[in-house]
Design a protein around this ligand. Sequence first.
Ligand SMILES: Nc1nc2c(c(=O)[nH]1)N[C@H]1C(S)=C(S)[C@@H](COP(=O)(O)O)O[C@H]1N2
Ligand SMILES: [Mo]
Length: 425
Amino acid sequence: MSERTRGKRVREASRRHFLQTSAALASGSALAGLAGTNALAEPNNNLPPNVPEWMKAPGDPMGSQPYGAPSVHERGVVKNISKTLQQYISASGRTPLQELDGIITPNGLFYERHHGGVPTIDPAEHRLMLHGMVDRPLLFTMEDIRRFPSQSRIHFIECSGNPVYTKPYGKTASDLVGLVSCAEWTGVPLKTVLDEAGLRAGAKWIVAEGADAAALTRSIPIEKCLDDAMLVYSQNGERLRPQQGYPLRLLLPGFEGNMNVKWLRRLKVVAEPAYSREETSKYTDPLPDGTAREFSFYMEAKSIITRPSGGQRLTTKGFCEISGLAWSGHGTIKRVEVSVDGGNSWRDAELQEPVLTRALTRFRYPWHWDGTQAVIQSRAIDETGYVQPTLAELVAVRGLNSFYHNNAIWPWRIDASGEVSNAQA
Ligand SMILES: Nc1nc2c(c(=O)[nH]1)N[C@H]1C(S)=C(S)[C@@H](COP(=O)(O)O)O[C@H]1N2
Ligand SMILES: [Mo]
């Protein structure tokens, strides 16, 4: 037998073994009925050995859907929009993290957060103005912006109120931390555009303004503008969605969501920050010593188990892959540790390639659920060595009046029936 054939046989044998084991576990458990829901009890003409009905006639013709949509059987996978919060002008819709695989958020499910609704902007009438402490003030059309050498990069964006510190914390991974998403962004490095205008001596900040009714305005340190900041016009290969800032957005990898100004219309180079509403009355946290944590910029390392997670139910004892997401505004994720015993012991999870800087990173941990109550949680460690804190550790430093930047570890409880719920609600 060749090495190759032997390898194949071994794999087949172990696969058979795996299936037998799971079948045995299923039938041995209180949930045995579930393994049989497929057949026998109810005759179903679409199941083997029958030919299913969808094989008996040609499918839908090409052209019935010039812009594709998910299967009708996935219509429950939608943005999570709070039914208790008023969702009119200042609104947020969360990504259903627990329904997704991999690290890229499909454009239709990218979280959204706006302070003045979503403007409808005609790109032909949109301009970006670059002025202030520059040698040549410039006004760009979208065509001008697209003529610059382009770049595509994968980065997350996360709202700094994800979640806020106040209860109730919500039931699902999406309720808790659904204000984070990740996409491949295409645009031009901001540095390239600034070079075109020429920065004057003493330029320290750039004030960015959006073309929405909120005219959202934030001051960005010049170091970030000259580092990895981008002006982006595309998201996962297609033009930005209106909700994400069509036709032009500022992308500041790793910085809090609200600084990633959407519908970008103006960049003013200045010596001092603007102290705008969104960096004083909002997005600043009072600390226990009476000072304020302002210009907090970075989203610190964080992780969440998305499967199994709150609202889901384990149906079978035995092998259960734990999977989740980790990210850090400071760079790459170095390690994710998982605990399946209420935080007593921690083991390394496997990081799914690619592990990219300031991008969501998928982790996996093979687990065997024995059918008893368990508390599972994950903890992220980034390239700076920073370790994701517990909620108690965070509150000890930031006090109880903080609102933003809650990056606490979040545990899920699995009860003996398999029900998964928020263990820190
Ligand atoms: N012009 C403008 N930019 C904006 C906002 C806004 O309301 N107006 N919301 C900010 C906030 S609070 C966040 S968290 C992110 C949300 O980006 P998204 O809607 O693409 O997920 O955009 C930021 N940029
Ligand atoms: Mo936000």
